[in-house]
Design a protein. Structure first.
Lengths: 408, 314
């Protein structure tokens, strides 16, 4: 029997190799998705770590702004100042926001100095606004808050300078030294991401770390289409019948299909990870951090493959035509993908949808890969996903074996 | 007797539908046995049971006097099956196909080489081994299909309509190869819808319809005892239909095909005399007139009726 099994596996490899167009699709499709989605989602994933918002400043006051104030405005972290032409007006600045030239604008009024140093005996809200902020509707509230906080700190520094230092004698030392003023509004707060493994170096999630595992899992399940189609063609052509007459048992035939496609899945994994490490950075994306646990990677990849091939075999034994195999295999895969956080990352889904993702085996596979790629967890962390995927794969294979044995 | 079935029955589905009903078949060793029947007669089911693919519902299948179930492994090892479908891998070359099926059969070493050579030589595939099967003509595909069935140098070869959709030259080659195999001692069990093919090829025949064996015997005996004498008039143009409407009403006058009229009669001269005026018309150019024993096709139609069969009760 091992000889016959080896013959089946060898034949399947030869058939796969000869159908190199079909084989290439299994690699090009996820590769294309990884490249496109990693580039397209770069900002969405990297937002919290590299803010880059453009703003402009319109000075309508009758006096030039102090150099120190301008310098401080130019160095608000994450915000890039776009210079304006000399004859700019408030309307022109508004149009610039609408046309997307910048997202924020600070309007300095003509009586800026009076407004800034004015004081009232009443409520704080009675103070006239020292400056006006114009915002594009796309500016998220937290961006506005970051900018307002930074701007307030700069203006307070200027306010103190004007209120206190300019009342001293011309040649007297300032009440508040320049160095002290420069430190106003500067308050350092430490920030650290917390990961499940304290001993692992922190690594922040990026688009490529989401997309490589996501489209890898999708591609693995995508073998359902070629596998089930080939299986049905063999059934229709009578080759499976011929094998039966030659004393080949049904489980041997199923196993003969499983092994080559398992190898295809593992090669997919290596190629997709290589794309994440080597190609995506060349195109301007961030590179993929290899998982801390290679054992975990092997475990989750194998389990994912077993689930994908089991599902493919089940489809193959449940449909009657290649058209049905292609359609059902394709549609179910897309639904699995949509539900499983492949097409839309799970973390941006509403809570109900996030719960729903658990019904998709692709979600289990993706979570396992994310444990390794994003959270840099150890192999133990992927064991639940490995268990779910293996159980699903064996369940599907059992159904396939039962149906095939009955019809074979 | 090599193969013998006794009261063999096969039912499918619920409520049970009888596909084979009390089939008693005898296939002698070394025979070239034709199994004939209209679509849905039960031929494929019968072949499936004989090759151990489909289990029977009741009755017995004996191979050399032993129940098939008891010796299925040995029977499969010495049996070749050539299904009607092209049961091969189109993406693979002919050589890869043969190598794969030889491996599946467990052939090794010199025996493997010898058996592949035998299959290739018998089907004259020598010059086509390195071409992909998908690039083959219909005839070459059929030959490769047969070659795979010969890989274990079978003592018994099942051929299910092996000449469907091929040109006359390939058909002739395949039929000659089958005769040659039979001369070497291989028992052939052959199904076809081409009656002339079966009549020329087989030495023994069984006709099955609606799951029952209607008749089985040596072909010569069958035609001698069951067949009637008939007059065949063959026209060069497709005039048979038109002419039959102009002729006086004869009993057993039938249109065999668009070129041919047949009249079942023991007195051909009376018939010819009666229709000679019509036959001599210039538009009815007669190619030949023959008289003799009824063909297998006529016997088949007389036994199974001339209605078309839409249901294939496999």
């Amino acid at each position: 029997m091992p000889g016959k099994f080896i013959a089946l596996v060898k034949k399947e490899f030869i058939v796969l190799a000869k159908d190199w167009h079909g084989l290439m699709v299994l690699f090009l499709m996820p590769a294309a998705f990884i490249l496109i989605m990693s580039m397209a989602m770069e900002n969405a994933f990297g937002e919290h770590k590299r803010l880059s918002i453009s703003y402009t400043l319109l000075n309508q006051s009758n006096t030039p702004l102090p150099a120190a104030l301008l310098e401080k405005l130019n160095t608000i972290p994450g915000f890039d100042r776009v210079p304006l032409p000399n004859d700019s007006t408030r309307e022109r600045v508004s149009r610039g926001i609408i046309e997307g030239d910048y997202q924020l604008a600070i309007i300095i009024p003509n009586d800026f100095r009076q407004r800034l140093i004015s004081t009232t005996q009443g409520a704080e809200t009675a103070l006239p606004p020292a400056a006006e902020l114009l915002l594009a509707p796309t500016v998220k509230p937290y961006i506005q808050q970051i900018f307002t906080a930074s701007l307030s700190a700069i203006l307070i520094r200027q306010k103190i300078d004007w209120m206190l230092n300019e009342r001293t004698a011309p040649n007297a030392a300032p009440i508040v030294p320049q160095s002290t003023l420069d430190q106003l509004g500067q308050l350092n707060l430490g920030a650290t991401y917390i990961y499940s493994e304290a001993d692992v170096a922190p690594s922040t999630p990026n688009a490529v770390q989401q997309n490589v595992p996501a489209w890898l899992v999708f591609a693995m399940f995508f073998v359902a289409i070629p596998l089930s189609t080939v299986f049905l063609i063999e059934k229709q052509q009578g080759t499976l019948l011929r094998l039966r007459v030659m004393n080949i048992e049904a489980p041997t035939i199923l196993l003969g299909k499983l092994v080559p496609y398992f190898c295809v899945n593992q090669i997919q994994m290596v190629v997709m990870i290589a794309i994440g490490i080597l190609i995506v950075p060349l195109l301007g994306g961030q590179n993929l951090s290899l998982p801390h646990s290679m054992l975990g990677l092997i475990l989750i990849s194998s389990a994912c493959s077993i689930a994908a091939i089991g599902f493919a075999l089940m489809v193959a034994t449940m449909v009657r035509t290649t058209m049905q195999a292609t359609t059902i295999g394709g549609v179910v895969n897309i639904i699995f993908g949509a539900l499983g956080g492949i097409m839309v990352p799970k973390f941006i889904m509403p809570e109900t949808m996030q719960t729903l993702t658990y019904i998709s085996p692709m979600s289990w596979g993706l979570e396992g890969f994310l444990d390794l790629f994003l959270r840099q967890s150890g192999w133990e962390a992927v064991l639940p996903e490995v268990l779910y995927l293996s159980t699903f794969g064996l369940f599907c294979t059992t159904i396939a074996a039962y149906r095939f044995n009955k019809a074979y | 007797m090599l193969y013998q079935t006794i009261d063999l029955c096969k039912e499918y589905g619920k409520p049970p539908l009888a596909v084979l009903n009390q089939v008693n078949l005898n296939i002698p060793k070394g025979s070239l046995f034709g199994l004939l029947g209209p679509n849905g007669a039960g031929k494929t089911t019968l072949l499936s049971i004989l090759t151990g693919i489909t289990p029977k519902t009741s009755g017995q299948v004996l191979v050399n006097g032993v129940e098939l179930e008891a010796c299925i492994e040995e029977v499969r090892a010495t049996t070749g099956v050539v299904p009607q479908d092209l049961a091969l891998y189109p993406m693979l070359t002919a050589q890869d196909n043969l190598n794969f099926f030889a491996d599946v059969l467990g052939l090794k070493g010199a025996k493997r080489t010898q058996n592949i050579d035998y299959a290739v030589t018998t089907t004259a595939l020598n010059h086509h081994l390195n071409k992909k099967a998908q690039d083959f003509s219909g005839g070459l595909k059929r030959r490769l299909n047969i070659a795979i069935g010969l890989l274990n140098q079978p003592a018994v070869l099942f051929l299910d309509e092996p000449t469907v959709g091929i040109d006359p030259q390939t058909r002739r080659f395949i039929l000659e190869s089958i005769k040659s195999l039979n001369r070497e001692g291989v028992t052939i069990i052959y199904t076809s819808h081409y009656m002339d093919e079966v009549q020329n090829l087989c030495n023994r025949v069984a006709i099955i319809d609606r799951g029952t064996i209607l008749i089985q015997d040596e072909i010569n005996q069958l035609l001698r005892h069951q067949g009637k004498n008939e007059l065949r008039i063959h026209f060069s143009a497709q005039n048979a239909e038109k002419l039959v409407r102009q002729l006086p009403a004869f009993p057993h006058l039938t249109v065999a095909d668009s070129h041919t009229l047949t009249v079942e009669t023991s007195n051909p001269f009376t018939v010819i005399q009666a229709i000679s005026e019509k036959l001599s018309a210039p538009e009815n150019e007669v190619e030949y007139i023959a008289y003799g024993q009824q063909s297998l096709e006529a016997l088949f139609l007389s036994l199974t009726g001339s209605d078309t069969r839409d249901n294939d009760a496999r």
